[in-house]
Design a binder for this molecule. Structure first.
Ligand code: PLP
Length: 335
């Protein structure tokens, strides 16, 4: 049921959503599940080397699905992906959506707010053409957990989808209130006043205050990248875009082992996978930093999300030195 929902694999006319294969977020599959479309309704589009969706592959898939009689209806672009902070080619995806009459959703949970930085504007070109944008103020706006946000171009479309009324929902007396009744714009009825903490924090920092903090996070990720590139113990996996950075403990001796047979390569990779996991576990256990692992092209790597407004370059140095130290301690054990 979760795989196909109410649309069987063999039936044509299936509603389909598209997102990048490497960095697309599982919450989109969750949404397809909740809509009863089934997880398979989310078509994974091949990614390019920089972890962004390949727009040509997207259009080819859409055409093939249309020709088969299916009904593509939405493309989800990444605006700061979960592992590498990748930002899809939003302007190109917007064109494709326009040409094919599809809803253009921008998943900016991690990175949408970076659009407020003039120096990053080029990367965000096309974001203003999205039909909807999600962002998580509890990530890069430093708001306490939890607070998600959806921006829509035409709120009336949400109202048409969600509005339900009942006598007990509105008082009988006429009221002068003309604001939004949020229960008409989404699935939640009783809801907390999450917007208050966002509003207060926005008022406190202001746009310039936020720009300063966002730049600090980006600078930290760039500094981490500089340390990785200068180190013989770590391998660089991507250019830092925003504040999320993945990298791999892979001492030069192992990395350079290009002459290995496929079998030996697989053995070295499996050992490095264990080692990266072990390093992340250890740095957490020692109470130094909360570093997670993730998979990049199937390999276990370290992932840092530098989204605290208090993190400094000195913190990055301290954590990187600790990672190096722990790696060197564990490396012989893992043999
Ligand atoms: C890229 C991306 N999209 C969507 C989500 C889901 O957001 P939430 O956990 O707030 O539901 C996340 C959360 O990590 C994310 O990183």
């Amino acid at each position: 049921m979760t795989v196909d929902g109410l649309q069987s694999e063999t039936r044509t006319g299936k509603y389909l959503v598209y997102m990048a294969d490497h960095e697309g977020h599982i919450s989109i599959e969750r949404a397809a599940d909740l809509l009863n479309l089934g997880r398979r309704a989310v078509r994974r589009v091949p990614s390019r080397k920089d972890f962004t969706m390949d727009p040509e592959a997207l259009e080819t898939m859409i055409r093939a699905d249309l020709a088969r009689g299916d009904q593509p209806f939405c493309v989800v672009a990444q605006v700061g992906s979960i592992n590498t902070g990748a930002i899809d080619r939003l302007d190109v995806i917007a064109d494709i959506c326009e040409r094919n009459g599809l809803w253009f959703h921008a998943d900016g949970a991690c990175g949408a707010v970076g659009a407020m930085l003039p120096e990053k504007m080029e990367m965000y070109k096309g974001l203003d053409r999205a039909n909807s944008v999600t962002l998580d103020p509890h990530k890069w706006l430093f708001i306490p957990y939890e607070c998600g946000c959806l921006l829509v171009r035409e709120p009336e479309q949400l109202r048409r989808a969600f509005s339900l009324s009942a006598p007990y929902l509105r008082g009988a007396l006429p009221t002068e209130y003309t604001g939004l009744d949020y229960f008409e714009y989404g699935p939640e009825m009783s809801r907390g006043f999450r917007a208050l903490k966002v509003w207060m924090t926005l008022r406190h920092y202001g746009v310039e205050g936020y720009r300063k903090l966002l730049r600090q996070g980006i600078r930290c990720a760039e500094h981490l990248d500089e340390r990785v590139r200068a180190s013989v113990d770590f391998e660089r996996l991507h250019k830092p875009n925003l504040y999320i950075y993945s990298f791999r403990y892979a001492p030069t001796a192992d990395q350079k082992a290009t002459q290995l047979s496929d079998q030996d390569r697989a053995r070295v990779d499996a050992r490095l996978d264990r080692l990266n996991q072990h390093i992340a576990d250890e740095i957490q256990a020692r109470g130094i930093a909360f570093i997670m692992t993730t998979k990049i092209h199937g390999r276990t790597v370290l992932r840092m999300s530098i989204c605290s407004h208090r993190t400094t370059l000195a913190d990055i140095d301290a954590v990187f030195d600790a990672l190096t130290q722990i790696g060197r301690e564990l490396y012989p054990e893992e043999d």
